[in-house]
Write a protein that binds this ligand. Structure first.
Ligand code: C2E
Ligand code: CA
Length: 399
């Protein structure tokens, strides 16, 4: 969309600053600019006319920016938003996260003073589909639907490549579950993992994933690729006595050695039966499996776990990696996670590497392994060999 066609609304209580913003927008070529002195006046303006992009201050008498954003979000008004404030970056970033949580497309946040350059860069994003797809399940599946799908083995892994940051070589791939649903198409894990966990049927999915991932990795290795495979393991599965032996037998039955598989452990609820879980994890480690602490830095993936589980790998959550460049707090968490990994002798893996800038940053910080859309999206096992050839070519230009 051209800037001349975008309908702007400037929400700012200071007359001088509001006029400066309006003049700046006009200077950039905007032709439709409405103004409001606080959130209440802004909502009235939005009800009365078409608005595409709102530029709002946070600190205003009357209805402040945060309350205004809540009303816009709850009313489902289809606008994009730019926030501006004199407050520090951490505060603006937090309100930015809040804005996105209300389902509003956030083009970005600007620390005052606003300049035409900063403004133009954010307005340019207006035409892009910036709202990420919702993570929550949009379709509800009953226990009966899930039982049928498990019986028919409709769950399959896709594999997302991981690469060695220093050398650029393919290092492995993570198996991510997909449900090939006859009517809904390919369904992602957020729509069925919570239901499987709640119905205590997650193990059935885990067996399918372990077997198919082991077979895929065996084939890559037979084709000359020195790659490992990672499988997500819910800690709930590790309460069962004897599970470590069963996992080992299943992987060996596919002609894969345990040392070529890493189990990524995530914990979604507080751990019960700690002793049994630790027993199983210790046994898996002794058998040779790698153990990765998944989504490190979030939820229960904590320092306490690092001290009691024999991990070999620390997987830094994508929320820190993908925002490390623009959010100082994320960068600090990323750097300290890398530092902890190094001091504990763990391999550091960054997930959610989306851009070349993310890649360069990780390289500079000495991260071991990277995974994310910049490298590749999850794909079928049979496509990994072609990807590896193409990536090797591309990565030689990244050096
Ligand atoms: P996870 O283990 O943190 O996996 C990474 C998720 O981030 C995957 O989503 C992946 O497709 C996505 N992703 C990868 N790179 C990027 C990137 O650069 N940008 C962005 N925005 N996203 C990226 P997916 O496949 O939807 O998996 C979601 C979660 O479901 C996984 O998170 C994992 O916790 C769980 N899951 C997947 N498969 C299994 C499984 O077989 N068993 C269990 N227990 N959990 C699984
Ligand atoms: Ca994972």
């Amino acid at each position: 969309m051209k800037i001349a066609d975008i309908h702007f609304l400037v929400v700012e209580d200071h007359v001088f600053q509001r006029e400066a913003l309006v003049a700046m927008l006009a200077g950039l070529g905007a032709r439709h600019i409405a103004e409001a002195v606080d959130g209440r006046a802004a909502l009235e303006a939005m009800r009365a006319q078409t608005i595409d992009t709102v530029i709002s201050d946070l600190d205003m008498p009357g209805m402040d920016g945060m309350e205004f954003i809540r009303h816009v979000g709850e009313a489902g008004m289809p606008v994009s938003m730019i926030l501006s404030s004199v407050h520090d970056r951490a505060l603006i970033a937090s309100v930015g996260t809040m804005t996105e949580a209300y389902g509003i497309t956030l083009l970005g946040a600007i620390e005052k003073p606003v300049t035409p350059q900063k403004l133009a860069a954010l307005i340019a994003l207006h035409q892009l589909p910036v709202t990420p797809p919702p993570k929550a399940a949009s379709v509800f599946f009953s226990e009966a639907d899930i039982s049928e799908a498990l019986a028919a083995r409709l769950f399959e892994p896709l594999f997302q490549p991981k690469v060695d940051v220093a050398t650029g070589s393919p290092a492995g791939a993570e198996a991510l579950a997909r449900w090939y649903h006859p009517e809904q198409g390919i369904v992602g894990p957020y729509a069925f993992i919570p239901a499987l966990e709640a119905n205590r049927r997650i193990d059935e999915l885990t067996w399918i994933m372990l077997e198919k991932a082991a077979a895929a990795c065996r084939d890559w290795r037979a084709g000359g690729l020195d790659m490992t495979v990672s499988v997500n393991l819910s800690l709930r599965s590790l309460i069962t006595v004897g599970i470590a032996d069963r996992v080992t037998a299943l992987v060996r039955a596919q002609d894969l050695e345990p040392k070529h598989m890493t189990l990524e452990v995530t914990e979604t609820t507080a751990m019960t039966d700690l002793a049994r879980v630790l027993e199983n994890l210790a046994r898996l480690r002794i058998k040779g499996f790698g153990l990765s602490i998944d989504d490190y830095g979030t939820g229960y993936s904590s320092l306490q776990q690092l001290s009691r589980i024999p991990f070999t790998e620390l997987k830094i959550d994508q929320s820190f990696v993908m925002h490390a460049i623009e959010k100082n707090a994320c960068r600090v968490i990323l750097e300290s996670s890398l530092d902890i990994a190094k001091k504990l002798g763990l391999k550091a893996v960054a997930e959610g590497v989306e851009t070349r800038a993310d890649w360069e940053l990780l390289k500079g910080l000495g991260c071991d392994v990277a995974q994310g859309y910049f490298i590749a999206r999850p794909m079928e096992a049979a496509k990994i060999a072609a990807w590896a050839a193409a990536w090797t070519e591309r990565s030689s230009n990244l050096a």
